[in-house]
Design a protein around this ligand. Sequence first.
Ligand SMILES: Cc1ncc(C[n+]2csc(CCOP(=O)(O)OP(=O)(O)O)c2C)c(N)n1
Length: 324
Amino acid sequence: MDGPTLVERYFAMVRMRRFEEACLAGVPTREIHGELHIGIGQEAVAAGMIGALRDDDALVSTHRNHLHALAKGVPVRPMLAEIYERATGLCGGFGGHMHLFDLERRFSTTGIVGSTLPVALGHAYAARIEGRDSVAVGVTGDGGANTGGFHESLNMAGAWRLPLVVLIENNEWAISVPFEESTATPTLAERAAAYGAWGRRVDGLDVEAVAEAFGEAVAHARAGHGPAVLEATCYRFRGHYEGDLDLYRPAGEKDRRRQQQDPLPLTRERILARGAATEAELDAVEAEVTAAIAATLAEVRADPLPDPATARDHVFAAARKGLI
Ligand SMILES: Cc1ncc(C[n+]2csc(CCOP(=O)(O)OP(=O)(O)O)c2C)c(N)n1
């Protein structure tokens, strides 16, 4: 398979896990305000995307966006600083965790469920108008796949053969609503047929399977064959947001799934079984990754908050010009 090796993808997953643990540290200390949505347990989906996208491809993510940003190459320091609401953040600390934007890497997010696809569709149309062979990826959860924007975007992308890749992270729950109770078909991938799109469901705990399927979806869209829908099955280990009491999931389900279906140990076991690396080699790099994220967190925590005098900047155009 082209792209990163299994071991490299594993280290990317470890980095993602440590990154989100660094975010979690800011909740009880009240350094991070608002709802924080964590993707722990879903790392294999994002790590499977690595290597298939170029800087000029767009990636539009959701409220649960950290892992996708890391997969797109958004640098850790300004991203963590944004989540910690610091002036050194990607958006000067004005956006916070749900509003991460990196123009250089064409990465953006929206907390409005179902609205990632219309934005990604715009990127796909722009590529067509500008004669570029870039693709646009719109991520959605299973809940977001039941919004009008999902269907309208895919319909237009299908009718106009636009290079839109829809990645559905089906983590079985949309807040407290289980997938089976909100969806008419056994899978979401089969909806692709309605839009003349490429469609496939993949095991989102298997980083190699995701890489192979995502690579195929991107190649399909880039070659001008129209949209692709990839549904990756996974499971959300934490509450919908930090602070969610999460009483809607049967007792013990989370513990059992975490024990059996954590993509990190599953991938580590596969590496060891294949002899692709030794325990000692994996431990050494994991320790390096852990230390690097801890060092970045310490730096970010010492960074300044935005100057209150700039509170109205970026809200009203006139305020930026000093007119009000
Ligand atoms: C238009 C809109 N309606 C409702 C919400 C509140 N909301 C935030 S996340 C969410 C559920 C999303 O579920 P899913 O798409 O499956 O993503 P997941 O949280 O599982 O990653 C809802 C209803 C919102 N942010 N935007």
